[in-house]
Write a protein of this length. Sequence first.
Length: 409
Amino acid sequence: MAVGVAKFPSMPEIAGLRLGIAQAGIKTPDRRDLVVIEVPQGASLAGVFTLNAFCAAPVTVAKQHLAEQGSGVDSARYLVINTGNANAGTGQQGIEDAQATCRELAQLAGVKANAVLPFSTGVIGELLPMSRLLAGLPEAFSSLSQSAEAWSAAGEGILTTDTRAKGATRTLDVNGATVTINGIAKGSGMIKPNMATMLGFVATDANLAPEVLESLLRESVATSFNCISVDGDTSTNDACLLISTNQGARIEGQEALARFGAALDDVMIELAQAIVRDGEGATKFVTLDVEQASSRQEALDVAFTVAHSPLVKTALAASDANWGRILAAVGRAPVDNFDVAAITIDIGDVRIVEHGGRAASYTEAAGSAVMADDNITIRISLGRGADAARVWTTDLTREYVAINADYRS
């Protein structure tokens, strides 16, 4: 189940970047579940990772290898991603398995083991089936390609409970040269990132200094992947990588950087929204706009309190205009000295709360009509300042419970 119709876009080539795919049978036979991404010498990479204390073994190894990178022949050259098994909660053996995966791919590619960054997604607490994973690496490596088909296959190859692959692309002109940004992501459940997305890989042919790449990634993640929630659970495996192959136009100067940053934000937000639209069991795509806050963090605190409320989410699932649940969630947000008389709450174009209670203009029929939509906007004005935040979330359905109750069976 997913909200709306989405078609994976045709991805332009990114100069110097290739993707390969294999069916390794890590969890399910005859499905794409192992992806290799090759980046050229001299590329720059930036990453953000989960803040979950039980971070997965591949997160630990990827962070270590990324920190060891220099430039040129010493830089990261390959990413390897498996689905079907998270390699999380697996102790020292999990670390050794992630390192062994890096060594095997490094041997195939003729690079050092720390030039490989590993990523995993799937069931937590089970050891990787290493014999099957390692046996699949030659197929993934030999299939490396720059084609649009390779991007589409890679998008499919990183999915778990997702119902569809998620991709986004943008192009822009920089001094007469075309710059391309492509991205793929996966995520459907266990979605409340505390840094990035579940897994996201975004690449550009632009020439960007490493420190600029790092800054762009963190700024873009803050308003995209860190502003989504399906169920309020932060995964052990969250990671988002931004790659510049540095084989295209140089991005420098305030105006060029601003235009590139805007295009990157578009890609990141499209991918983040695609995760919410494909939330496990979701039937609603919900935008939460919190305005007139005293700080952006305050606005986010209010938005996520509403987004994480099971009572609000189940009312959304039932298209039930039970506006009191939204009011109650706003009121328990971690904000000091609320003036409830200054707060207004709207669903779509229907005012539901003002002056501390139900809006005089509100009718049940109007509220029910808005709640019946697949795409719903809840707007909360706090009357406290000039800051704002936007968060995207889903409803909570019986299908979500069924998916997660049966996840390991």
